[in-house]
Design a protein around this ligand. Structure first.
Ligand code: AMP
Length: 445
C-alpha cells in the first residue's frame, strides 16, 4: 500500500499518484498535506526540488474535488465555475514554473476533470483569454500578464477560494512585489492562502504577516548546524575515472554506510552493477523500481546487510537512515539546493559525517553554484589516483586558495600512484567577503 493512503485523498488522486510512481511522501508533503486539507493557511519555507508542488497541488485538488464550488452549485460541464473566474490561483515568477505547475495539476488531477488555464507574458493573449471565458478551477499565472488581463476585464478573482504565492523571494528579486500587492488587494477575504519561499527576507516576512491567518509554518531545509558538521570535500576527476575512484573510496574501512547519489536512474543502475562486478555489494533505489524492490533495498541498507545505497535525488527523498557515515556525490546535482539536502543525510543526530563530491569538467558550474548557495568553498582533495587537472581548471581558472597559484599535481591522471607525503586534504578558506553557510531559511539574499 502506498504511504499516501493515510491522507485519505480522493481515490482518483491516489490512483494518479500510483500511476506517477509516487509512493512515499516527501517531508514537506508529509508535514503539510493533512493540515492543508482542513483549509488552514500555510507558510512554507522550501525550495524547488523538495516536492512542494505536490504538497500544495494534492490538497487543493482534493478540496476542489470534494466541494465542487463554494455555493455547492455544479453544472455538467463546468462544475459551477463562474465565467472568467477561477477557484484557485497559483502565482509564480516565471513562465517555465507556471507551465511546470500546471503540468503537475494535470498529472495529479487527470482523473478529476478539472478545468485549468495558464497565463504568462511573452506570447499572444488571445488563447489565454479564450481559456478563461467559461471560468476555470485552477489558474496558474505570472503576475504581469495576469494584471493586464484583469485590467482588460478578461479575468476576475472575486470567486477565488484558494490563493498560492509560490517562490515569493524570487518574485521579490524579480521586482514583482508591487504587482503582487495589487493582485492581493483584489482577492476575496474568505480564502485559504499558501505562501512558499526558499528564504525569509524581511519583506517576505512582512508580506506573509499581512496575507496569512494563523498559518502552519513548515520549514524543510536542513538546519545549518547539520551542514556545518559535515566534512565536505571535492575530488576533481574525469568522467571515465569516476567508477574507479568510487571503488577506491568504498574500499576504505571508515566508509561503514554510504549513500551514493547519481543524477539519473540509469546512472544508479550502472554504478550498482559496476560495484557488484568488483565485489562491493550495493543496492539502487529509483523511480523505475517497484515499491517492493525499494522497500527491500532500504531495509537491507538499514539493517546493515548492504553497506552502499545508490540513489537518485527523488528516490532518496523521505528516507531517513541513521548512521550514514558518507554521502558520495557521484554526480554533482545541477540544483544547488539538492546538494544541501543530500549532504544533510549524513551527520544526523549527534554523528558527524563526510560528504565527498566528484566533479568532472562539465560539472564545474554546478560546484560554483553550490559554493555560492552555501557561501562556503568546498575543500579540494588532491590525494587520490584520479585527480584531473582538466576538471580542476575547467572554468578557466582552478579553484585556488585566496588568489594564489592553483594547486598542481605532477604525474597525475589516469591511474598514476599518488605522490607520497602529500597533504590529504587542503582546506581553502573562503574569501574574506564570504559569510559562513547558514540555513537557507535565514539567508537574506
Ligand atoms: P518540486 O519540488 O515540486 O519541483 O518536485 C520535484 C520533483 O519531485 C518533481 O519532478 C516531482 O514530480 C517529484 N516528486 C514530488 N513528490 C514526489 C514523491 N512523493 N515521490 C516521487 N517523486 C516526487
Amino acid at each position: 500500500m502506498s504511504d499516501f493512503a493515510k491522507f485519505n485523498l480522493l481515490s482518483p488522486i491516489e490512483t494518479a499518484l500510483t500511476e506517477a510512481g509516487y509512493f512515499v511522501p516527501t517531508p514537506i508533503q508529509e508535514q503539510t498535506i493533512p493540515t492543508l486539507m482542513t483549509g488552514r493557511d500555510l507558510l512554507g519555507i522550501a525550495q524547488t526540488g523538495t516536492g512542494k508542488t505536490a504538497a500544495f497541488a494534492l490538497p487543493i485538488l482534493d478540496r476542489l474535488g470534494r466541494h465542487r464550488d463554494r455555493t455547492g452549485q455544479t453544472t455538467q460541464r463546468h462544475r459551477g465555475v463562474s465565467p472568467r473566474n477561477t477557484r484557485v490561483l497559483v502565482l509564480t515568477p516565471t513562465r517555465e514554473l507556471a507551465s511546470q505547475i500546471d503540468a503537475s495539476f494535470a498529472k495529479y488531477g487527470r482523473h478529476l476533470r478539472m478545468a485549468r488555464a495558464v497565463i504568462y507574458g511573452g506570447v499572444g493573449q488571445q488563447p489565454q483569454v479564450r481559456a478563461m471565458e467559461r471560468g476555470v478551477d485552477i489558474l496558474v499565472a505570472t503576475p504581469g500578464r495576469l494584471l493586464d488581463l484583469i485590467q482588460q476585464r478578461h479575468v476576475f478573482l472575486d470567486k477565488l477560494e484558494i490563493f498560492v504565492l509560490d517562490e515569493a523571494d524570487r518574485m521579490l528579486d524579480m521586482g514583482f512585489i508591487h504587482d503582487i500587492r495589487r493582485l492581493i488587494a483584489l482577492l476575496p477575504d474568505a480564502r485559504q492562502t499558501l505562501l512558499f519561499s526558499a528564504t525569509m527576507p524581511k519583506d517576505i516576512a512582512l508580506l506573509a504577516e499581512g496575507l496569512l491567518r494563523d498559518p502552519l509554518r513548515v520549514e524543510v531545509a536542513p538546519p545549518a548546524s547539520t551542514v556545518e558538521r559535515v566534512e565536505q570535500k571535492v575530488l576533481f576527476v574525469d568522467k571515465a575515472n569516476k567508477r574507479h575512484l568510487l571503488h577506491t573510496i568504498l574500499s576504505q574501512e571508515a566508509v561503514r554506510r554510504a549513500l551514493v547519489f547519481t543524477r539519473t536512474k540509469h546512472g544508479a543502475d550502472k554504478v550498482t552493477s559496476d560495484l557488484a562486478s568488483r565485489n562491493i555489494q550495493a543496492v539502487a533505489i529509483h523511480g523505475n523500481k517497484s515499491q517492493g524492490a525499494r522497500e527491500k533495498a532500504l531495509s537491507d541498507f538499514r539493517a546493515g546487510q548492504v553497506r552502499v545505497l545508490v540513489a537518485t535525488d527523488i528516490a532518496a527523498r523521505g528516507i531517513d537512515v541513521a548512521g550514514i557515515t558518507h554521502v558520495i556525490n557521484y554526480d554533482l546535482p545541477n540544483e544547488p539546493e539538492s546538494y544541501v539536502h543530500r549532504i544533510g543525510r549524513t551527520a544526523r543526530a549527534d554523528a558527524d559525517g563526510t560528504a565527498i563530491s566528484f566533479c568532472d569538467a562539465d560539472e564545474r558550474p554546478f560546484l560554483r553554484d553550490i559554493e555560492k548557495l552555501t557561501r562556503q568553498e568546498v575543500a579540494v582533495d588532491l590525494d587520490h589516483h584520479y585527480h584531473s587537472d582538466v576538471a580542476a581548471n575547467a572554468l578557466g581558472s582552478a579553484k585556488k586558495p585566496n588568489g594564489q597559484t592553483p594547486p598542481r599535481r605532477t604525474g597525475g591522471g589516469g591511474g598514476a600512484p599518488p605522490k607520497q607525503g602529500r597533504t590529504t586534504t587542503r582546506r581553502f578558506h573562503a574569501p574574506a567577503t564570504a559569510r559562513p553557510a547558514r540555513s537557507r531559511g535565514s539567508l537574506d539574499r
